[in-house]
Design a protein around this ligand. Structure first.
Ligand code: FA5
Ligand code: MG
Length: 436
């Protein structure tokens, strides 16, 4: 794939994660600063915003038949993350530019759905909730970070139960009313040609299961966003949206392991916010998990970090990972309180412009990662600011602007220059670019 003169990044012979050792190979692509994040377990810290949000949702679902799993190791197999869920062999999210691999068969989970297989197998209650840190190679900015958190929920019934329909209806009625304003064009007829129902379920079963799913997700969204409003009011905010009823809408979605599938969006400060993907579980996933052909049910997956940013008024997703006590001292178990910003340290901007070597393709994510490898959390933002093709030579040029900034201190020009130089060296050595 790459030009032969290109230097290949080197990794140690083995990587150790949560006490397990993995032999590295040509798939390995996890830099040390990502390896370090895997031991942080923010969702298990009772006085960290991510842990407080997890606790809020778990408390809301108490007594409703869910088992909570919070201790899954971040390394999973390609089988668990992809194959068992029905991802095709050439699905783009398997690529090394999107996913962190320990080696060919083991990776850092990209979503909590990687544990559906195991939980369907071992869970003894009708439903479960899994919370975990997940990893994706991604851009770096205020709302994107290569590590974030998800919560997965699922619920099953058995069609051997001769009162199945009555049972689901009773379960629907047991979900507390929310008073949400719900826009859902798919409530009565959940499936259609684009978002088909599965053969093994009747129309009525699909309808009941999807109403149970949607009411459950609406219940969770309501709890969380009402808590966000309450915290904002307690902090003295008088903005109009705080007194308006909460509004959500359902849109169709596609996931390889559910059908039909949807996403819920929440109307928040004048924008529709994508919150949670979900759907009726594909029977194949249940069969792969060793369950009988009588089982049917739903699953959802919600991203916690952006919601926690709203709840706690946190302006930047990277703050969740800071070790600065001015951050951590502000939060306590069971309390939703608005973050009080402490002084921001000034950033230092540096541009890098180069000609791309046409035999060494350079994916934007590779630039992002090269910068992160050297700058770690000192990288506030990376953006492609200019791109052009030379009219005579046909050569392609790109310019990236990097803002270096520390959450905790002033950076010196010298240390930024050193990081920036190391970034440019890597781009030259690994991607054969020519710095302009
Ligand atoms: C999933 O990850 C599915 N596993 C969800 C699912 C589960 C669907 C079960 C059906 C059944 P998606 O890639 O859309 O889907 O991510 C889910 C949520 O994670 C998003 O709605 C968003 O809130 C959050 N999220 C995604 N990428 C990022 C990121 N880079 N930073 C922070 N949050 C993110
Ligand atoms: Mg999505």
């Amino acid at each position: 794939r790459y030009n032969s003169s290109k230097k290949v990044r080197e990794y140690p012979k083995t990587l150790t994660l949560d006490g397990k050792t993995y032999e590295t190979d040509e798939w390995t692509n996890i830099p040390p600063f990502i390896m370090d994040l895997t031991s942080r377990k923010l969702h298990k810290k009772p006085d960290h915003p991510i842990g407080i949000l997890r606790d809020l949702v778990e408390t809301s679902f108490k007594g409703m038949g869910y088992t909570y799993y919070n201790d899954f190791n971040p390394s999973v197999t390609t089988f668990e993350n992809y194959d068992v869920l029905g991802f095709s062999k050439d699905h783009p999210s398997r690529s090394r530019s999107d996913t962190y691999y320990l080696n060919e068969n083991n990776l850092l989970r990209t979503h909590t759905s990687a544990h559906e297989h195991e939980c369907f197998q071992k869970c003894k209650t009708p439903g479960y909730l899994i919370t975990a840190d997940v990893y994706r190679k991604d851009e770096v900015d205020r709302t994107h970070y290569p590590a974030f958190h998800q919560m997965e929920g699922a619920r099953l019934w058995s069609s051997n139960d001769k009162d199945l329909e009555e049972k689901i209806i009773a379960d629907i009625n047991a979900i507390p009313e929310t008073g949400l304003i719900v826009e859902d064009p798919f409530r009565e007829t959940p499936s259609n040609v684009n978002n088909p129902k599965q053969e093994y379920m009747t129309d009525r079963q699909v309808q009941l299961v999807s109403v149970h799913l949607k009411k459950t997700v609406e219940f969770m969204v309501h709890r969380v966003f009402e808590a966000a409003k309450k915290a904002a009011k307690a902090a003295g905010s008088t903005e109009a949206y705080l007194n308006e009823p909460l509004k959500v809408r359902w849109v169709e979605a596609y996931f390889p392991w559910t059908s039909p599938s949807w996403e819920i969006e929440v109307w928040w400060k004048g924008e529709w916010l994508e919150c949670c993907g979900c759907g009726v579980v594909q029977q194949q996933v249940l069969l792969n998990s060793g369950l009988g052909s009588d089982k049917l049910g739903w699953a959802f997956g919600v991203g916690l970090d952006r919601i926690a940013m709203i709840l706690f008024g946190i302006p930047d997703i990277r703050l969740f990972w800071t070790l600065d006590e001015r951050f951590s001292k502000q939060f306590s178990s069971g309390n939703i309180t608005i973050f009080k910003p402490y002084s921001k340290f000034p950033g230092i901007k540096r541009d890098t412009s180069f000609w791309i070597n046409e035999t060494s393709p350079l994916h934007v994510n590779e630039v992002m990662e090269t910068v992160r490898n050297h700058g770690g959390d000192l990288v506030e933002n990376v953006s492609l600011v200019d791109e052009f093709t030379h009219p005579k030579t046909g050569k392609q040029s790109q310019c990236y602007r990097i803002n270096y900034q520390s959450m905790d201190r002033n950076l010196t020009n010298d240390e930024v220059n050193e990081i920036h130089k190391a970034v440019e060296n890597d781009l030259v050595n690994y991607f054969n670019v020519t710095i302009r």
